[in-house]
Design a protein around this ligand. Structure first.
Ligand code: FES
Length: 159
């Protein structure tokens, strides 16, 4: 049986299948389905119940990937995409506005990590692990304000 050449998609195709979006974006089909369930991208269904995506979905997927790469949670990405008209992908101006917000987020996280690193440096060689005195176990005596008894060690859970 002759080997079939991989299916090639012309750039001027108006709609793409999920496999074509996956091939062009490098994002797994399962991830695309996940993005769709979370409302980050949208498709229409054919009469055979197959997904079809507008070609500009590729730019949305790229926006999602870049945002995830800098650690932005999907919920925030969805929020950002929700500020755009549904009938088009993020353009250069959108990206400029939204990426500035990502930059602010990134700066805040770097600052937080630097504080944690400094606190950890204070803990190195101490080893007390005291729930009342350790700067990491009880930052700024925050747990003391919550009343007596054991408290949670981590306040902010990553998404
Ligand atoms: S382990 Fe002693 S201050 Fe953190």
């Amino acid at each position: 049986m002759p080997e079939q050449a991989p299916e090639r998609v012309a750039w001027d195709h108006v709609e793409l299948t999920v496999g074509e979006v996956a091939a062009r974006s490098g994002v797994a089909v399962s991830a695309l389905h996940f993005y769709e369930r979370r409302g980050l991208i949208a498709s229409r269904r054919t009469s055979g119940n197959q997904r079809r995506y507008r070609r500009d979905v590729l730019r949305r997927v790229s926006f999602i990937r870049v945002s995830q790469r800098v650690g932005i949670p999907l919920a925030r990405i969805a929020e950002a995409l929700g500020t755009l008209p549904a009938d088009r992908a993020p353009n250069v101006r959108d990206w400029e506005r939204l990426s500035k917000a990502w930059r602010t987020d990134l700066d805040a996280r770097i600052e937080q990590l630097e504080r944690l690193r400094d606190d950890l440096t204070d803990c190195i060689g101490c080893g007390c692990l005291s729930l009342s005195r350790c700067v990491l176990a009880n930052p700024h005596d925050a747990l003391g304000h919550d009343g007596p008894g054991p408290r949670r060690l981590l306040v902010d859970e990553p998404e």
